[in-house]
Design a binder for this molecule. Structure first.
Ligand code: DGJ
Length: 710
């Protein structure tokens, strides 16, 4: 067995490269010194009665042709049905020190080449490419990336969601059978985020082995997690291809999206750090302090009254806002959501003098100006559709299904691409715009390109091309990935964007869960978190400003509220909250995000906990900021002692409650004394003993600051 060993921090990956397609024999804790012969002996499986005379490996692309009886990694065929079950032979192996390896494997019969790249950085990254070496076309139905997990990974944490209730956790046993998810929405989706954690039973935030996996792709995808009858576990992620979507002509190739994997021997929080560090290490990661934003959507919707927008900007600046974003409604005939998409020109009806005067007003106030677009879309009621109905991404011969009265614009069509690029390029060139909120609100349905073949794959690539071209031409502009809030959050879109709009639901009670789970793979500085108006527009529930503020603090803070309707008292409160954010944003956006298990509720991701806690530790453990939240009434009288592992065990920390503007008191006889006097405990004591939490009302949070003592 030839094994390539990749090492990084406390993770090792052993890759067997003998068989052609590489097999990850071990991905997890370091093994110490082990030679190849001993490793082979330790992992060799018995050949048992009733099975084939081989035990096929769970390679990165497991092969039916080698005797693998789970779901193969590659599905496809040539026109007459040939080449449907390849078996690859080794061709070349190129190792990149201890950090990566590229393995090329060839099937001379099927006339295919498979190239696998495995890289271990802050996370494990695996990607495959398939080349058609034959003289006739190869129809590719699926090429997944497969990761083998050990038998102790017998519990899954997966996610469900829908618009306005994204990333909700579901725990499930992973002891037999299959968990499968298929996303056909044409975007990353609220329903099936391409994120999955497997771990030892009951794994929590700070305990248990955890393998986190995320597919970096913004189109259709599938997840397939399978337990074989010999206890081995295979997890596959890949692009979901519609019938006939990829036909490789001779000499053509297909690249899978990258699969990111984060292993932790000590629970979920540590696994998240791998994902966060990966994103933070990218060149496109924002480096400046994240500016406080005001987004006008819930303040005015489509009612773009110029005077009101100016007044809103003036008030925004006075409370400390640093970026002002004009949302949907500024262009073409877009006076409501049934018209105008695709015409990216400033509407003279609402902006008779153009956008420049408003932008000037905003920038004179010292704020950046941002703008909303939805470039992949077109309303049938638009100039561009009337001129070019053939640019819609539909299947000819059928009445297209609309979504929010809109169709997709086929960005793979050169004319459509040039039209959108030209208009957006001019918009950014001719205006002082620093920020673009890039929306995408309609699922794909019968999405066919010009030849009436499935077009989601080509559309996804064209979307990347469009946003990256705009990014390159306007390097000072930041982009946000919105997609109805939460519908397009993935590592590939984050190559081109500096923020995600986490959810359209800004109700803090819902946001506590949504943000907590988004933070499993996205760091706080990339997560848009806004303080909304007192009564949520989505749920109709009313919350006090203290709870709304603390919830929004652990992200990239914004406001989505008609500040012109605020009382003077609210105005003072909002000003103070923004000051609080500015005081702590460096810590929140550069530290290590932490979440805690609240013992009364079982392991960390108990599905419906009453009290939760999360926060940030400074990278050097000199300070920490923790929010403890009572979501609803619980079975216990108060949240039990909160244990905080991971601080410096040998340092003492002075813990003080940070008063949050607008927070409400709790009618109890006596709270723990430390709440008013502060308390000093060592990192060791905080990890072992913890600190008793005060009694709290539902839908309230308290904020605690930990400062290491000299
Ligand atoms: C959906 C987004 O998520 C909202 O924030 C807003 O931008 C609307 N679209 C505008 O149509």
């Amino acid at each position: 067995m030839t094994v390539i060993v990749l090492r990084r921090h406390q993770v090792e990956v052993y890759v067997d490269v003998d068989a052609g397609v590489p097999t990850i024999v071990h991905w997890g804790a370091p093994l110490g010194d082990i030679d190849t012969t001993t490793l082979r002996a330790a992992v060799e499986r018995p050949v048992v009665a009733g099975m084939l005379d081989v035990v096929a490996p769970i390679s990165v692309v497991p092969e039916e042709g080698s005797g693998y009886y789970g779901r193969p990694g590659l599905a496809g065929h040539r026109m007459n049905g040939r080449a449907w079950s390849p078996r690859f032979a080794p061709s070349s192996v190129v190792a990149d020190g201890e950090h990566g390896v590229t393995v090329v494997a060839v099937d001379a019969v099927a006339e295919l080449t498979l190239t696998t790249t495995i890289h271990l950085g802050e996370t494990l990254v695996v990607q495959c490419r398939l080349d058609n070496d034959g003289a006739d076309p190869y129809v590719l139905d699926r090429l997944s990336v497969t990761v083998a997990l050990p038998a102790q990974a017998s519990e899954l944490l997966r996610f469900t969601g829908r618009w306005s209730r994204e990333l909700h956790p579901v725990r499930a046993e992973f002891t037999s059978g299959v968990f499968a998810a298929e996303n056909r929405s044409g975007r990353t989706s609220a329903e099936y985020p391409p994120l999955l954690f497997a771990g030892t039973p009951g794994f929590g935030e700070w305990h248990g082995e955890v393998w986190g996996m995320h597919l970096a792709w913004s189109g259709n995808h599938h997840i397939w997690a399978e337990v074989l009858n010999d206890t081995r576990r295979a997890v596959q992620f890949g692009e979901l291809l519609q019938p006939g979507e990829i036909v490789l002509q001779p000499g053509q190739s297909y690249d899978t999206p990258e699969l990111y994997g984060s292993y932790s021997a000590t629970g979920l929080t540590n696994a998240s750090w791998g994902f966060h560090r990966t994103l933070r290490a990218r060149p496109t990661h924002p480096t400046s302090e994240r500016p406080v934003m005001l987004n006008i959507w819930e303040a005015v919707y489509f009612d773009h009254d110029n005077d009101r927008l100016r007044d809103l900007a003036t008030v925004a600046a006075s409370v400390g806002v640093e970026r002002y974003v004009v949302d949907d409604g500024w262009f073409g005939s877009r006076r409501h959501d049934g018209s105008g998409l695709g015409d990216w020109v400033v509407s003279p009806d609402v902006y008779p003098d153009g956008l420049a005067p408003l932008i000037q007003h905003v920038t004179d106030l010292g704020m950046e100006f941002g703008i909303w677009v939805e470039p992949e879309m077109v309303n049938p009621d638009s100039d561009v559709y009337r001129a070019h109905p053939e640019w819609a991404l539909v299947t000819n011969g059928y009445e297209p299904v609309l979504g929010r009265s809109q169709l997709l614009l086929n960005l793979a069509h050169p004319g459509a691409f040039a039209h959108v690029l030209g208009q957006l390029d001019a918009l950014l060139r001719d205006h002082d715009i620093s920020y673009v909120k890039w929306d995408m609100n309609r699922n794909h349905c019968q999405a066919s390109g010009a030849d009436d073949a499935a077009g989601t794959h080509a559309q996804t690539l064209a979307f990347y091309r469009l946003i990256s071209t705009l990014g390159q031409r306007h390097p000072h502009v930041e982009f946000e990935s919105c997609s109805s809030g939460g519908g397009r959050i993935d590592f590939e879109v984050l190559r081109h964007t500096q923020r995600v709009w986490t959810s359209d639901c800004i109700d803090p009670l819902e946001r506590q869960t949504i943000q907590r789970n988004t933070s499993l793979f996205i760091p706080p500085e990339l997560m848009g978190a806004h303080i909304a108006s007192p009564t949520s527009h989505v749920t109709g529930r009313t919350h006090n400003i203290g709870f709304r503020s603390v919830t929004a603090l652990f992200g990239h803070l914004g406001i989505e509220w008609n500040l012109l309707t605020m009382s003077n008292r609210d105005r003072e409160t909002v000003t103070a909250v923004i000051e609080l954010y500015k005081r702590f944003r460096h810590l929140i956006h550069h530290g290590d995000l932490v979440r805690f298990d609240t013992a009364a509720n079982g392991p960390g991701h108990a599905v419906d906990p009453a009290g939760i806690a999360n926060g940030v530790y400074a990278a050097d453990r000199s300070e920490a900021l923790i929010a403890v939240t009572q979501l609803r009434t619980g079975t216990s009288l108060a949240i039990p002692p909160l244990r905080l592992p991971g601080l410096d065990p040998s340092r003492n920390y002075l813990i003080r409650k940070v008063s949050v503007p607008g927070e409400r008191g709790v009618p109890v006889q006596r709270q723990p004394g430390w709440l008013t006097s502060g308390i000093t405990l060592s990192g060791r004591q905080l990890a072992v003993l913890g600190l008793q939490m005060p009694a709290m009302n539902p839908e309230t949070s308290i904020l605690l600051h930990f400062e290491a003592q000299p």
